[in-house]
Design a protein around this ligand. Structure first.
Ligand code: SAH
Length: 501
């Protein structure tokens, strides 16, 4: 079934184990349309960002002191909202029917005659295992898998769990909620006949940025987990498959920036592209929009009088394209883009630039234009920019007009954002102005994180502020910056391998 969340309906939705990419398409669709979202604590970061701005978002995962909202209260809220004719999404970590009390909530809906839909989610037992390189079943190794709650104290009389049967279970055991009981669980299994040497692994914050794991055996795992300070949420995998993590662990290769926090300081729109790339590599991204683009009221002159139009930044390209009502207005002059990013932004608007230097700095464009005859040039750019390009063209005898299309404006940085930036492992600088603005927004200190500059101009701006960049990109594009950051992170993790995971 597809479509928007339905009024008067309850949608019991699994949010997956934590990685936002593991939300289902249906979950995203329902979240985007619901009137009310009643959500747990363990939901992916950013999952609620796609909710309607006017949706009521209720955290039923905890109240003031951090206690769980009582189940009856949650169920009463579900019923009240649905009976008032609202579309309700009940968003739960993992799968709603796997240790999620979704069954109870569905029964309550049934009792009240409220229609409901269930959207399965990827359950932590499967997802965290997969992210640790542990297949829960494996030919010749495990033909069955059991999901078990580790919540109960196994020593408690009247336990719901038949420990001897579980010990004898011919397959993989996956324990949820078992961190505190781990020692007793292991003892119970060994007492029931499982070999003490059975491989076991525990995965903390599986699929999330801080995923960690320890591997051992039934005999050692509890002490190892305690030693590593493993805490909830974590799942424990018991069985031969657990040792496959040594040959199948893949996360470090696919997400080399896992556990690394990176602050991004571009103007908002562009920050998200770089941020998305960083997230895909596993980084925790702190978006600190120190600058914002403000269009200036600057109409384009009649282009027929020019034989060269220079576009000097992706923002400039965007602002230029916005001013063009009729594409033919740009048909006359040659068009030069200051670097590949600007060229891409022009192409997105259907313009193929004639001149594009490989490096996105003014000097490189001057060089690329050396053989190009220029009579009258229009240089479009930000209000605050260097004069290298117009000066060089004038020096060649060209008539040059400069048109500022936009200016970059400081965005105030909230205290929490400033702390997050200064606490990050890396701060990236993609322009001289972002360097200056962020330096000011952080109160004139950038001590702590490693500072990554996109190129010499930005580095010079940092040095002027008395800060030395730790890394400078060899290629002066966001891709180049990313490559430089990855290199640096790799060499540092070689120097200090840190904990497993
Ligand atoms: N309905 C959820 C489980 C809820 S019970 C699901 O299907 O996944 C909560 C327990 O799930 C936690 O105590 C922990 O054992 C496990 N869990 C949830 N998210 C996890 C994660 N990202 N990594 C490891 N375990 C997780």
């Amino acid at each position: 079934m597809t479509g928007a969340a339905r009024p008067g309906w309850v949608h019991l939705v699994g949010a997956g184990p934590g990685d936002p990419g593991l939300l289902t398409v249906r979950a995203v669709e329902l979240l985007a349309s619901a009137d009310v979202v009643l959500h747990d604590r363990l939901i992916p970061p950013g999952a609620l960002a796609g909710a309607r701005p006017d949706a009521e978002l209720v955290d039923v995962g905890k109240i003031g002191g951090g206690n769980q909202v009582p189940q009856e209260v949650t169920e009463r809220l579900i019923v009240e909202h649905a009976q008032a004719g609202r579309s309700v999404v009940r968003l739960k970590g993992g799968d709603p029917f796997v240790f999620g009390r979704g069954g109870e909530e569905a029964l309550t809906c049934r009792e009240h005659g409220i229609p409901f839909e269930v959207v399965p989610g990827i359950t932590a037992g499967v997802a965290a295992s997969a992210y640790a390189g542990i297949p829960v079943t494996h030919r010749g190794m495990a033909a069955a898998v059991a999901f078990v709650t580790g919540h109960e104290d196994p020593a408690k009389p009247g336990s719901q769990i038949d420990w001897p049967a579980l010990a004898a279970f011919p397959g993989t055991l996956v324990f949820y909620m078992g961190v505190r009981q781990l020692e007793r669980i292991a003892e119970r299994l060994v007492a029931g006949g499982r070999a003490a040497a059975t491989p076991a692994a525990i995965v903390e914050r599986g699929t999330l940025a801080g995923q960690r794991q320890v591997e051992g055996t039934l005999e050692t795992i509890a002490a190892q987990a305690a030693h590593a300070g493993i805490r909830a949420p974590a799942i424990t995998i018991v069985g031969d498959v657990a040792r496959l993590t040594h040959s199948l662990g893949w996360l470090r290769d696919a997400r080399p920036l896992l556990g690394t926090s990176v602050a991004v300081t571009r103007a908002r729109a562009q920050a998200s592209a770089l941020a998305a790339r960083l997230r895909a590599l596993g980084a925790h991204v702190v978006e600190a929009p120190a600058i914002r683009i403000e269009p200036l009221d600057a109409p384009l002159p009649d282009m027929r009088g020019f034989d060269l139009l220079c576009v000097t930044s992706p923002n400039g390209a965007e602002q230029l394209l916005r001013r063009v009502r009729d594409a033919r207005a740009l048909a006359g002059p040659r068009i030069a883009a200051l670097g590949p990013g600007t060229a891409r932004a022009l192409r997105a608007g259907g313009i193929e630039p004639d001149v594009v230097p490989e490096r996105a700095i003014a000097e490189a464009l001057v060089e690329a234009l050396r053989e190009v005859p220029v009579g009258r040039a229009l240089v479009t750019r930000a209000q605050e920019a260097r004069d290298v390009l117009p000066d060089a063209l004038r020096a060649r005898g060209a008539q040059v007009e400069v048109l500022a299309l936009y200016r970059t404006v400081r965005e105030p940085l909230a205290d929490a954002d400033r702390d997050a930036v200064l606490g990050a492992d890396y701060v990236t600088f993609t322009s001289a102005s972002s360097a200056r603005f962020l330096h000011e927004a952080t109160g004139g200190t950038l001590a702590g994180p490693r500072l990554v500059s996109i190129g010499p101009v930005t580095s010079a701006a940092l040095r002027e502020l008395g800060v030395e960049p730790d890394v400078e990109a060899a290629e002066h594009t966001p891709d180049g910056l990313l490559a430089a950051l990855l290199d640096d992170a790799a060499s540092r993790s070689r120097a200090d391998p840190g904990p497993s995971g």
